[in-house]
Design a protein around this ligand. Sequence first.
Ligand SMILES: Nc1nc2c(ncn2[C@@H]2O[C@H](COP(=O)(O)OP(=O)(O)OP(=O)(O)O)[C@@H](O)[C@H]2O)c(=O)[nH]1
Ligand SMILES: [Mg+2]
Length: 288
Amino acid sequence: MIGKPNVGKSTLINYLVGDKIAIISEKPQTTRNIIRGIVTFEEAQIVFLDTPGIVRLSETKTPIDRHIIEQALRGLKGTDLIVLIVDPSSISEEDKFIIENLRKIEKVVFLAINKIDKIKEKELRSLCQDYENLFPFVRIIPISAKKGTNISILAGEMIQYLPVHPPYYSSDLITDQPERVLIAELIREKIFSLARQEIPYSVLVNVNQFEQRKNDLIYIQATLHVEHSSQKGILIGRAGKMIKMIGEMARGEIEERLGCRIYLDLQVAVKKGWRRRKESLKDLGYQL
Ligand SMILES: Nc1nc2c(ncn2[C@@H]2O[C@H](COP(=O)(O)OP(=O)(O)OP(=O)(O)O)[C@@H](O)[C@H]2O)c(=O)[nH]1
Ligand SMILES: [Mg+2]
């Protein structure tokens, strides 16, 4: 699944697997890694890849952003099917940039026009026509990832185009993402919903400790790395208010997921200019 930032790729993967495996926010460029969501149907298994939102390479602000996008585009070659996800506004430069990349690889491409809960039937028809004129999509399916509209149709159609192969994963698995990574992501999601401007983009979350303590309590220690010392104060907030709120929101959700009580210990540290250094990709889970 590929698309420009904020079109609802992560919302869609969560709907498909029936659980939250990818974080979501109102801000663009939330997803940083490729996340696998596995759905096993009676007649097939689909391994969906949620990818970071694509912007034109000339628009990237840091070498890391550039690498992340290049990686997502390269990843297209290794898949059986591609679903381009767009929002129902008119075709943007980003959409065109992605389509140009799709032309270079000969693959079956579906178009999913998401957020149809936000537009009128007539506008949708003319948008479908515009996309049809632009690229030979095998199917154009209007969906709402938030409401679940037409998602089963999309999956059903995709199954028709899958190659024959034994399942890659056991049928009870919905993701191969390690628990620590998911916890770090959930913390990052709360930062996206509470902090403003550059802050969410400047934070790198590392879960360092994850230990079972007595009385069914799990102790989790995570460090929130920011790029500059000035951001440290903002993330902590006046009298520690901001970090406390992040911690409370994240704790609630992590407890729900793990089904037990946790003690969440958050620390903020400065990792000067980490977004400008290519080595940081390793901390983000990429292979250099
Ligand atoms: N109205 C409406 N909003 C939606 C729908 N799907 C997603 N959204 C909203 O769109 C915003 C972005 O959703 P995400 O799933 O984070 O988008 P994304 O494509 O993964 O974004 P990046 O990771 O930044 O590339 C969130 O506020 C979602 O709630 C939909 O079907 N209808
Ligand atoms: Mg996303």
